[in-house]
Design a binder for this molecule. Structure first.
Ligand SMILES: *Cc1c(COP(=O)(O)O)cnc(C)c1O
Length: 397
């Protein structure tokens, strides 16, 4: 039997994998030590768990464990990366290059620095959602200290030319920070191969718990230095003070291990489900796929439906299907997505966009149900849409 609602908002957050939960539980109850306690076995056990998780996280992205800083999630890691670089290197330059379709955590952090005197280049994207590496390179000045470009977009799944960006950054000796929160665990990410200097990831986007993430900080070639944003006991090599969330960190580690092991097969299964969903919905007239077809995550699709005047499509089936029209942070306002706007979509198409992410626990039966339910909802809505009527009569004229 199908359990309703069907969850297709895996880019907003994912369920915790039972195997992850199992690893976490002892650190709440019997093994509750503080990882910074050096004088007894409770502390040693906790520290061991953190150390093991650090290896699991590093292993997934081609880093070494000394390069991993645990944080409360990607948002905090993004703040630490961007503000930490700015405060450290501002004496040699105040110029930051980023992109208009970044996650709000990046955009708002960069805007915060802009108010404090940073000079910012906001790169546009093309209709596919991609930045131009040539435009990026042309924007570099002697004052550029940071390039902040995401790996994969949370709304469209579009994957930026990260390796190329990394090469450009390296050539010009500029630090490259990559928000890889949507990519890690879904596609192979390697900080060495991609020339990434700073990278963020978050457990709850990859079947781990909410409220824990990590920042990768390159240790050599170049060694990246960061000004701490939270002061205190000097945890995490002084970069992030505060008692470590041991159960969550153990869970993040396990989530990374599972993704590393299961990614190849999982990506094939999810791509098949995503493609079925996408092809099913694109059968609808006046539907449009948003974002590059070739450069995107295997489990995300973003489709706009036109001629649904004055109504919000997702609310028609909200009780049966959980999805959103944009990122979780902006969908509450029912404003059209800034990501889709930046790709040239008008407000109507932006507002009636369906951002769908299939996940580890999505079944084929659910996909069949979603295709039927959305198709019927669109057909019903169009029966009372004057725009649709006008469109159809225009077509038949
Ligand atoms: C979810 C997400 C974030 C924020 O992560 P949190 O751990 O929830 O703070 C940042 N960037 C991208 C691309 C995301 O998808």
């Amino acid at each position: 039997m199908l359990q309703l609602p069907v969850y297709l908002d895996n880019n907003a957050t994912t369920a915790v994998d039972p195997r992850v939960l199992e690893v976490m539980l002892p650190y709440f109850t019997t093994q509750y030590g503080n990882a910074a306690s050096r004088s007894h076995s409770f502390g040693w056990v906790a520290e061991e768990a953190v150390d093991y998780a650090r290896e699991q996280v590093a292993g997934l992205i081609g880093a070494v464990k000394q390069e991993i800083v645990f944080t409360s999630g990607a948002t905090e890691a993004i703040n630490l990366a961007i503000k930490g670089v700015y405060e450290t290197y501002v004496a040699s330059g105040n110029h930051i290059i980023t992109c208009v379709t970044e996650h709000k955590a990046v955009i708002d952090t960069v805007k915060h620095l802009e108010k404090k005197g940073a000079q910012v280049t906001w790169l546009p994207v093309d209709a596919d959602g991609l930045i131009s590496p040539a435009a990026l390179e042309a924007a570099i000045t002697p004052k550029t200290i940071l390039i902040a470009i995401m790996y994969a977009n949370n709304e469209t799944g579009v994957i930026q030319p990260v390796k190329e960006i990394g090469n450009i950054a390296k050539k010009h000796n500029v630090i490259f920070f990559c928000d890889a929160t949507q990519a890690v665990g879904k596609i192979p990410v390697n900080v060495l191969g991609d020339n990434i200097d700073l990278l963020t990831l978050s457990a709850h986007k990859m079947y781990g718990p909410k409220g824990v993430g990590a920042l990768y900080v390159r240790r050599r070639d170049p060694r990246v230095r960061l000004a701490a944003q939270i002061d205190g006991g000097g945890h995490e090599r002084g970069m992030r003070s505060g008692t470590l969330n041991v159960p969550a960190i153990a869970g993040l580690g396990k989530a990374c291990e599972l993704c590393a092991r299961e990614m190849p097969e999982e990506a094939i299964r999810l791509r098949r489900l995503r493609d079925k969903l996408e092809q099913g919905l694109l059968q609808l007239e006046a539907s449009k796929l948003n974002g590059s077809v070739s450069h995107r995550l295997p489990q995300t699709t973003n489709i706009s439906l036109n001629y649904l005047e004055g109504q919000t499509l997702i609310m028609q089936f909200a009780k049966q299907i959980a999805l959103s029209s944009g990122s979780a942070c902006t969908s509450a306002s029912m404003e059209p997505s800034y990501v889709l706007k930046a790709m040239g979509l008008d407000d109507t198409l932006g507002r009636n966009a369906l951002r769908m992410g299939v996940g580890r626990f999505t079944t084929e039966e659910e996909i069949d149900f979603v295709i039927t339910t959305i198709t019927n909802a669109v057909i019903e809505m169009r029966k009372i849409s004057p725009q649709w009527e006008a469109f159809k009569s225009g077509v038949t004229q």
